[in-house]
Structures are given as C-alpha cells and as structure tokens.
Design a binder for this molecule. Structure first.
Ligand SMILES: Nc1ncnc2c1ncn2[C@@H]1O[C@H](COP(=O)(O)OP(=O)(O)OP(=O)(O)O)[C@@H](O)[C@H]1O
Ligand SMILES: [Mg+2]
Length: 223
C-alpha cells in the first residue's frame, strides 16, 4: 500500500541527507512502529508519506500512485485519506472540541446532517463525549491528545500517521492513546507510528522499523 523505493531526502539548503536510499514496503492494514534516535529521519519519512515533502531522489508510491505525480487539488484529495496526529494536539484554540471535529468534516465535504452522529461517535470512542463543549485550554494534556486522535479518526482514514503522539503524555495517557490507534488498526487502517517509547512497542508487538542517520537499520516483526 505504501512503498518507498530508493528514497533519499535532503532538505533545501542542507547538504546532509535526512534519509538515504530507503526502501520500505508497507502492506495494507499493517501497524508499523518507526523507532530510532533523534534526527534518525522518522518525521521526515512521515512527511514523505503525507506528501508534505518530495524525495530528492527515488519515489514514494501509495496504492501504486507515485506521490510526485499528484498535482493541484489531487494533493489535497490524497491528504484527506490520511489521518495525522502530532506530539502536540494542534487543536484550534478558539473552537470547542465539537467545533474542532466539525471543522475537519467541513473540510472533507461531509454533509452537515451527518456531523452530529459522527462527532458523537468519535468522542465516545475516545471517552470524551462529556467534553464536547469544552475549549482546548480546558482539557488536560491527555484529553486534548485524545481529541486530536478523534479528529484524525473521524474521517476513517485509510492511512494513519502518528509522530510521537504520546511524547507529552504520562504512561497511563500514552497507553490510552495507543489503545485508540489499536482500535483504528483493528478497523483496517494502515498505521505508521513514530515513537521513542519502547514500552508502547512492547505493549503492542507489531512490525518495528528502526531508522538511524537516515537509513533503515532494522525491520522486525514482533507479532
Ligand atoms: N525542515 C527541515 N529543514 C532542514 N533539515 C531538516 C528539517 N527537518 C528535519 N531536518 C533534518 O533531517 C534529519 C532527520 O530529521 P527528522 O526530524 O526526520 O528526525 P526524527 O527521527 O523525527 O527525530 P526526532 O526523534 O528528534 O523527532 C535531521 O538531521 C534533521 O536535522
Ligand atoms: Mg521527529
């Protein structure tokens, strides 16, 4: 489903390679942890799959489509199939929880009459139905991150990218967030999950791709 073929990436204005000759094949429905030290290239790899950056050489294919060939509004259409969660929740600060979710549905062109049901379901999934009228600053860090996950999941993305989504969370909240990703995985999403948290990898032993200095140095299947 996701195929990186001989991908190298150097950011404009830099000489070093953030990724170097990376080959990676991820099947539909796989759950892949991306691990490796700071600067290894985890976020860069996710940016390539989101098509926020293009490879300097090589190609990224998603469902057989070379992302380099997407032009204009096709980029936006592609990204709509991809859910993303970052380390910080990035919720809109002046919008309530339900307005944050409605915003995504609007962008995605989901008919308005479907919003209440979808929002209610997404918030139930993350256990925050009672917070739907709250503003982000009224939430705990863990709650805000669960809303961010709800926002990523509400459109049932085929691909789910997570860049250290538990980096700001204590152990309990981190595992709660992992549970949400497991749920999305069980529903068929292909998940790429970048993390430093080894206990999460142990808690959900799946495929683990190790990066170091821009190269894939390990690729193990734990389950
Ligand atoms: N926007 C950018 N411009 C220039 N160089 C960048 C940019 N983003 C990342 N890099 C460089 O690319 C390399 C890989 O960075 P990347 O952010 O992908 O690593 P990472 O594995 O996500 O690290 P971390 O665990 O700290 O998040 C690093 O050397 C970094 O300095
Ligand atoms: Mg990173």
């Amino acid at each position: 489903m996701i195929h990186l073929h001989r991908v190298s990436l150097s950011y404009p204005g830099t000489k070093t390679l953030a990724l170097y000759d990376v080959n990676l094949e991820i099947k539909r429905g796989e759950f892949v942890f991306l691990v490796g030290p700071s600067g290894a290239g985890k976020s860069s790899l996710l940016s390539l799959v989101l098509r926020r950056v293009l490879p300097t050489s090589g190609a990224v294919y998603v469902e057989g489509v070379n992302l380099r060939r997407l032009r204009g509004n096709r980029v936006a259409l592609y990204r709509r199939q991809v859910g993303v969660v970052f380390q910080d929740h990035r919720l809109l600060p002046r919008r309530t929880v339900e307005e944050n979710l409605a915003f995504v549905l609007r962008v995605q062109g989901v008919p308005r009459k479907l919003w209440p049901e979808k929002i209610a379901r997404a918030l139930r999934t993350v256990g925050l139905a009672h917070k739907r009228r709250a503003f982000p600053h009224q939430l705990s860090v863990g709650e805000a991150q669960r809303v961010a996950v709800a926002r990523a999941l509400i459109v049932e993305p085929k691909i789910l990218l997570a860049d250290e989504p538990t980096g700001n969370l204590d152990r309990e909240n981190a595992h709660a967030v992992l549970e949400l990703f497991k749920l999305a995985h069980a529903r068929g999403a292909t998940v790429l999950f970048a993390t430093h948290a080894e206990d999460l990898v142990r808690a959900y032993p799946r495929r683990v791709v190790g990066l170091r200095a821009g190269q894939v140095v390990a690729d193990r299947r734990l389950g």
